[in-house]
Ligand binder design. Structure first.
Ligand code: SF4
Ligand code: SF4
Ligand code: SF4
Length: 161
């Protein structure tokens, strides 16, 4: 009984959403990445946020955020990532009010300052929320959060930068 519970819990904890770099046309194009041996997009990213998921580039935000610098698109030799497809990262960010220190009554603004868009808005001193209309999905708020309270979801945001 407990063994099964632990297994299910571990699966959920290990889940990482598939968040692509912000320069692709269609998901199928990432099949070309399987033949790209050097994966120069990964090396090109100074924020070190591109990793391989199923041999294809995906983003995680534990070491930094996306500056929309174009470097991964320039480095891609296969046309999978290309500046002409530049758009906001298809992801949305949400604060888990159970994990968030502020929502639980301890003052914390660690996510607010790194957000260059002013998208993290506090209702009073203790209730931060992310304003999706301002958020550019850069992910810079994720790393500073001491309780890993910022959740990331795949979504269909298509706005052009
Ligand atoms: S645009 Fe720049 S910061 Fe963003 S994933 Fe590509 S190389 Fe990294
Ligand atoms: S992901 Fe959104 S809320 Fe977080 S720092 Fe970037 S713009 Fe701000
Ligand atoms: S950094 Fe994390 S714990 Fe602090 S207010 Fe933001 S979401 Fe809450």
């Amino acid at each position: 009984m407990f063994g099964r519970f632990n297994f299910v819990k571990k699966e959920k904890t290990d889940y990482k959403p598939t968040i692509r770099p912000p320069y692709y046309n269609q998901e199928q194009d990432f099949e070309l990445c399987l033949d790209c041996e050097d994966k120069p997009c990964i090396v090109s990213c100074e924020e070190n946020i591109i990793y391989l998921k199923d041999h294809k580039p995906s983003l995680e935000f534990q070491s930094g955020g996306c500056t929309y610098c174009d470097d991964c698109a320039v480095a891609c030799p296969s046309g999978v990532l290309d500046i002409k497809y530049k758009k906001y990262i298809k992801a949305s960010f949400k604060i888990d009010t159970i994990k968030c220190m502020s929502w639980q009554g301890t003052m914390c603004f660690s996510c607010k300052d790194p957000c260059g868009e002013g998208a993290i808005v506090f209702d009073g001193l203790f209730k931060p929320i992310i304003d999706d209309s301002l958020c550019t999905s850069c992910g810079f708020c994720v790393k500073p959060c001491p309780t890993v309270a910022i959740e990331i979801f795949e979504n269909k945001k298509e706005n052009i930068c």
